[in-house]
Design a protein around this ligand. Sequence first.
Ligand code: FAD
Length: 285
Amino acid sequence: MSTPLTFSFELFPPRTPEGGGRLPGVICELAAVRPDYFSVTYGAGGSTQEGTYETLLTVVKHCGIEAAPHLTCVGSTRVHVAALLARYRAAGVRRIVALRGDLPATAMSPAAPGEFRYANELVSFIRESHGDAFRIEVAAYPEMHPQAPSPSVDFENFCRKVEAGADAALTQLFYNADAYFEFMERCGKAGIRIPIVPGIMPITSYANTLRFCNGCGADLPRWVRLRLEELQDDKPRLLDFGAGVVTRLCETLLRNGAPGLHFYTINQAEPTLRLWRNLALTVPA
Ligand code: FAD
């Protein structure tokens, strides 16, 4: 029997009262298609751990679907991480997305300040302190993490997270399916069998897509960039074009063995649901 595909939706803690007011509606709309879980970012854009916790509770309250906090270790201490893990475990959390987090722009060294330098150390810490109580997801970079010296060194570092006990990985966004397939080939050769779920960022704006890609070093194919630039003042056509590009990407990934999809929803229901409908992913019974 084949393993069922896993679909997850990523949210971030709202940054404004208006965003907070809209979030329950967004969660309900997304929950209607019964994803396997929601994940909630931490630290991105200055959000606090309290914001992550509250958003987690909002998910559980409004739809009862599993919610997984992202936990970053940059600049943190073992005592602080231990307290967070205890709080999450007491709240019934069973899945954590374990990350290093982004370094301050002024950082001189690729190692994080604080008691954890890299995500593999956080994964080891969670396993040592909580055994198998949490399912641990880590980040994977088909196009290489921007601070890594080379793809092969970055891949070795990815392997360390798997060896430390990661159960699965979610990838950085990408628009080039071949980068994912090549990464999967390398995993196969290295004996890595955990699911590596592609991270999917819907395309809804020229400026944001450029910013996201530049921020994480993802390749935006030239023809896509040129079309988005041309359509930037025609929102309906840009949305149609973007949905077409990302739907084809998702189809290609699923047809060729991707174990599911992780959607970066950016706290909007419609862009992700449009892809969902295009892919005809049905609501589980
Ligand atoms: P690591 O795996 O530690 O890798 C970071 C860098 O260090 C890489 O260049 C790697 O090659 C190198 N490295 C790793 N281990 C070692 C080692 N042992 N020795 C030497 N070098 C090493 N950021 C947030 O702030 N909040 C979030 O909620 C968040 N969610 C994310 C979700 C996903 C799915 C993804 C893909 C990214 C997310 N990020 C988030 C961004 C992430 O924090 C950054 O990309 C960060 O710079 C790296 O985190 P990491 O866990 O991949 O780090």
